[in-house]
Design a protein around this ligand. Structure first.
Ligand SMILES: [Zn+2]
Length: 342
C-alpha cells in the first residue's frame, strides 16, 4: 500500500475511529523512547538512586554507547539509565515498544517470534524480565476489610527440559488425595479499594509464617482481616493484633453481618485460573509468580486508558529487576527444597 492510499483510507474513516487509530500508532511507535526519556529526566533531576548502592548522590558522567552515564559519589561506580532495570542487557531495544504492545494483547510466543523476528527463547526471556520489574510495585498497606484466601495450582514442570516426574495431563488431578506437595499454595489477598497481593508461598498446606512473609508488612491497625477459620490465619491476626473475622464455610457460613466474606478474592482466584488456563494452557511452577505479577498489574491498571505506557513505566522503576530475573532458578530450587524440609 502506498502512502497516498493509506492517507485516503484514513480520510475515509469516521473521525473518531481515525483519531483513535492515530493515537494508537503514536503510542506504539513512541513507547520505548517515551519511558526512557522519563527515566533520564528523573535521573537528571537528581530524583533517582544509584542501582548499585541506593545512594541518591551521583553526577552526570558522559555517555556510553548512546546511553547516558552517571557516577555514584558513594560507591564510585558508574551506571546508565538502564542499569539494574530489566532492559539492562537487551540489545534490540528498538523492538521493545512493539513487544509491549504484543504483550498487552497477550499474543503467543510464536506470534511474537514471527512478528518481531526474534527467537522464541528471547520472546520468553523478555516476558519474564518485564514481569520481574513489576514484582514489587504497588505494594501499599491494606485498608479496611481485607480478604485473604489460599488457593492451589497443581505443580507443573511445563516447558522444562529435565522433567523429574511423569508429565501430568493438562488440567489433570493430583495423584494423591488431599493437599500435598503436588499443590503449589498461592495466597490471594485484596482490600476493597485497590490493594492486591498474589504470592506463591510453598508446596503443600499454607502456614502462619507464609502469610506473614507474603503480607505481614502490608497490614496495619486499619486492616480488618476476613479469611477462612484455618489456624494459620487466626495466629497471624493475633500476632499482628488486627481485627479478624473467620468465615466458617464448613458450617455453610459464607457472609457475616452482610459485609465480612471472601467472595472478592474468590472471584480474583477464579478469573486468575481461567486466564492462566485459556491464555497459556497452564504455566510451570518455576514461572508462576511472574504470571501472578502480570495478572495483578492487569487488575491494578484495568481502568487505565494508557495501559502499555503505565505498565512499562512501572516495570522500569525496579532497579533490581535484572537481578530478580536472574534469581528465578534459585527461587524455584528453594521452593522445591523447602517443601521437603518444612
Ligand atoms: Zn552507588
Amino acid at each position: 500500500m502506498d502512502k497516498e492510499s493509506i492517507k485516503q483510507a484514513l480520510l475515509d474513516m469516521p473521525d473518531k475511529e481515525r483519531e483513535a487509530l492515530i493515537y494508537e500508532v503514536q503510542q506504539e511507535s513512541n513507547i520505548q523512547s517515551k519511558v526512557i526519556e522519563a527515566r533520564r529526566n528523573k535521573l537528571d533531576n537528581k530524583q533517582g538512586t544509584c542501582p548499585h548502592c541506593g545512594s541518591c548522590k551521583y553526577t552526570m558522567y558522559g555517555t556510553d554507547k548512546g546511553s547516558k552515564r552517571y557516577r555514584c559519589k558513594s560507591c564510585k561506580r558508574t551506571f546508565t539509565e538502564y542499569t539494574g532495570t530489566w532492559m539492562a542487557r537487551i540489545h534490540k531495544k528498538h523492538l521493545i515498544g512493539e513487544y509491549m504492545k504484543l504483550m498487552e494483547q497477550e499474543k503467543s510466543l510464536d506470534k511474537i517470534k514471527s512478528h518481531l523476528g526474534i527467537s522464541k527463547q528471547t520472546a520468553f526471556d523478555w516476558r519474564h524480565k518485564i514481569l520481574s520489574g513489576i514484582e514489587h510495585s504497588d505494594k501499599g498497606t491494606f485498608q479496611g476489610i481485607t480478604e485473604s484466601d489460599d488457593t492451589f495450582f497443581l505443580h507443573s514442570e511445563k516447558g522444562s527440559k529435565h522433567i523429574s516426574r511423569a508429565p501430568r495431563k493438562r488440567g489433570g488431578t493430583a495423584k494423591k488425595r488431599g493437599i500435598n506437595n503436588e499443590h503449589v499454595s498461592v495466597l490471594v489477598t485484596a482490600d476493597r479499594v485497590s490493594e492486591i497481593d498474589l504470592t506463591v508461598v510453598r508446596l503443600g498446606r499454607i502456614k502462619k509464617k507464609d502469610i506473614n512473609q507474603a503480607i505481614g508488612d502490608r497490614v496495619s491497625e486499619q486492616t480488618i482481616l476476613c479469611s477462612d477459620s484455618h489456624v494459620s490465619y487466626r495466629g497471624f491476626a493475633i500476632d499482628k493484633k488486627i481485627e479478624h473475622h473467620p468465615i466458617r464455610a464448613d458450617l455453610k457460613q459464607y457472609v457475616k453481618k452482610k459485609i465480612y466474606h471472601v467472595q472478592h478474592v474468590n472471584s480474583i482466584d477464579s478469573r486468575l485460573k481461567k486466564w492462566i488456563e485459556s491464555r497459556f494452557g497452564g504455566v510451570s511452577t518455576k514461572y508462576l509468580q511472574k504470571y501472578l505479577n502480570w495478572f495483578r498489574t492487569k487488575e491494578i491498571l484495568k481502568e487505565s486508558n494508557n495501559f502499555i505506557e503505565e505498565f512499562t513505566l512501572k516495570s522500569l522503576e525496579d532497579l533490581s529487576a535484572w537481578a530478580k530475573f536472574k534469581a528465578i532458578p534459585d527461587l524455584f530450587q528453594k521452593l522445591m527444597h523447602f517443601a521437603t524440609q518444612n
